[in-house]
Design a protein around this ligand. Sequence first.
Ligand SMILES: NC(=O)c1ccc[n+]([C@@H]2O[C@H](COP(=O)([O-])OP(=O)(O)OC[C@H]3O[C@@H](n4cnc5c(N)ncnc54)[C@H](O)[C@@H]3O)[C@@H](O)[C@H]2O)c1
Length: 204
Amino acid sequence: MKINSEISAIVTGGASGLGEATARVLAAKGAKVTLFDLNEERGQKVAGEIGGAFAKVNVADEASVDAGFALAREKHGQERIMINCAGIGWAAKTAGRNRKTGEIKAHPIQDFQLVININLVGTFMCLSKSAAGMMTLDPLGDSGRGVIVNTASVAAQDGQIGQVAYSASKGGIVGMTLPIARDLAREGIRCNVILPGFFRHPDL
Ligand SMILES: NC(=O)c1ccc[n+]([C@@H]2O[C@H](COP(=O)([O-])OP(=O)(O)OC[C@H]3O[C@@H](n4cnc5c(N)ncnc54)[C@H](O)[C@@H]3O)[C@@H](O)[C@H]2O)c1
């Protein structure tokens, strides 16, 4: 898709790291960018610097996501680009032994559910609502109606010790992306996933 000032984009996790860098590139190419993030201070700052908009959104909360889309679409019109970068890491074993006390504990299930909820369910919630909005637009010739990019991780395929929740969430993102792409192909909406290895940025 050719990016210009007619194109509206949403980037989740846009206040930091990969999302922030992506938002800056999209804005530099002329797109109208809205950041969805929990970090209001950083999000407002980045949005101000790129001439974009910020919505304080928890991607795991449907009312919050709906409010974010309403704000973004009121300011910039229906988005044609949806980039899902929001995510959290986690470190806990399936079952672990405390080295000092010898205590044995199973992975707290609420921690596992939290990671799945933010990384996997949050990604799906944002992209499915975005796709429904994109379907109301006319296609832009061969570029179709819109583009969705999901962020998984190399941990989807090669999770390390302590990454069980994170790997499960990222494996879910990889697994759902192909059926999503098939669901949306006839509507002219592309959906892809990236699996980055470890990368540094100013906050890491
Ligand atoms: N950094 C790496 O080495 C690496 C490697 C592979 C994959 N990834 C993935 O890339 C993405 C970005 O990573 P990063 O290192 O730039 O992360 P980061 O922590 O710098 O940025 C993530 C952003 O997501 C936001 N966020 C977290 N939970 C949220 C929620 N519930 N709702 C809305 N926003 C929320 C945070 O506030 C933060 O601004 C993540 O999905 C991460 O899992 C990162």
